[in-house]
Write a protein that binds this ligand. Structure first.
Ligand code: GMT
Length: 376
């Protein structure tokens, strides 16, 4: 198949999944065309059958906000036309699904173009339900030929918030390359991250309010009183100053290592003894899956799609949002009970391989493409 893929190219779960999907599909013989305003961050090096098309934007003084939605529509249309794409796959509905709808209409006199839209999270739960976006989000979702959501939770939210018939949405979970994301990565950075042999507690996110990174610092400040440990923070975003200030206020700044954005999170996660994801909302929680694949037990919020990913008591522990005392208590247990740690780590790795590996999930997308193309 010839497939166009559009995603947000910057740091973030939806862009990571979209890129890994494109690479996995190319590996399986499909021709993949990424179409976005920048090269997706996980798209590195030359890969056979993989192309990148940058969306061109003219910076005219009249535009306070350059109309990316239109420029993307043109790029999708032109790429679909030139390369005879069978399907374009939009990751994150806003504004991608609307651009794809326009491209499809523009191309209609010549040939049909099928659209698949994958809903990732805040495109439904936060941004999409806002009155300024609701109608166009609903319209462009319903106009997509195929729809997927990354969790049952997100499917239900889409049905509830947008009155989309449930049977129109496939649940296709996120996936992971379990060969890359694994516990025993070399080189091992453990000695550099925790030179005193401390336990390594990690958090990876885009540091937005929804991630509640300050809660991770709160949890850590309680754990470190009982277990010699360091908190390694990976990623960056608007909440960073607040988070680092919280570490200072709690007097743990010297034990908190802020690494910022990192190109190879897999290398870092394979050193983690515990992973914290105390989010306020999470449609899936890709970072939790990455941690599980790397053999790091997860302590997270019982929210959104996280209970579908983290089996409470088996691969980690889930608590109410903001329950930092309980989260810290669970963290201490995990870090001090070797048998418990081993059992959680092994189960996490097993679940990642059995439920979320490339071989299990990518064929679900192929089947969805075949279905929409077949419905021509
Ligand atoms: O929806 C977002 O906040 C953006 C998106 C992203 O690009 O990081 O995150 C969502 O998609 C990820 C990949 O499917 C999920 O793992 C995240 O749980 C989800 N974020 C939220 O629901 C807050």
């Amino acid at each position: 198949m010839k497939i166009g893929i559009t995603c947000y190219p910057t740091y973030g779960g939806s862009g990571a999944v979209a890129t890994e999907l494109g690479l996995a599909l190319a590996e399986r013989g499909h021709e993949i065309h990424f179409i976005s305003y920048d090269q997706p961050f996980r798209l590195r090096g030359f890969r056979e059958r993989v192309f990148f098309h940058e969306v061109e934007m003219d910076d005219y003084p009249l535009f306070e906000h350059p109309p990316y939605t239109l420029a993307l529509a043109v790029a999708l249309h032109d790429t679909a036309r030139k390369h005879q794409l069978d399907v374009v796959h939009m990751h994150y509905a806003i504004p991608h699904a609307a651009s794809a709808y326009l491209a499809k209409q523009m191309l209609a006199p010549e040939r049909p173009l099928k659209i698949v839209t994958t809903l990732h999270g805040t495109d439904i739960t936060l941004v999409g339900v806002h009155p300024s976006f609701h109608a166009i989000t609903r319209f462009s979702i319903l106009e997509s030929d195929g729809l997927s959501a990354v969790s049952e939770y997100l499917r239900d939210e889409t049905v509830r918030g947008f009155s989309v018939p449930k049977n129109r949405i496939d649940v296709i979970p996120n996936f992971i390359d379990t060969e890359l994301w694994r516990p025993d990565r070399e080189p091992c950075h453990r000695a550099k991250l925790a030179p005193g042999g401390e336990k390594i507690i990690m958090h990876v996110s885009n540091f937005r309010a929804v991630k509640r990174v300050s809660d991770a610092v709160e949890i850590f400040s309680r754990i470190v009183q009982k277990v010699p440990s360091r908190l390694v923070l990976v990623g960056d975003g608007p909440d960073r100053p607040r988070v680092l200030q919280r570490a200072v206020d709690l007097g743990v700044q010297d034990q908190v290592l802020f690494l910022g954005k990192h190109a190879s999170v897999d290398e870092l996660l394979s050193c983690a003894d515990l992973f914290l994801l105390p989010s306020g909302s999470e449609s899936f929680g890709l970072a939790a899956l990455e941690a599980m694949a790397c053999g790091a037990p997860v302590v997270a919020s019982r929210v959104g799609g996280l209970p579908e990913v983290v089996d409470d008591g088996v691969t980690g522990f889930l608590f109410d949002i903001g329950a930092v005392d309980q989260m810290a208590e669970a963290g201490v247990r995990i870090l001090t009970d070797e048998a418990l740690h081993r059992s959680l780590a092994e189960a996490g790795r097993r679940v990642a391989k059995e439920r979320y590996s490339v071989d299990v999930v990518v064929p679900l997308y192929e089947a969805l493409y075949e279905r929409v193309i077949g419905a021509r």
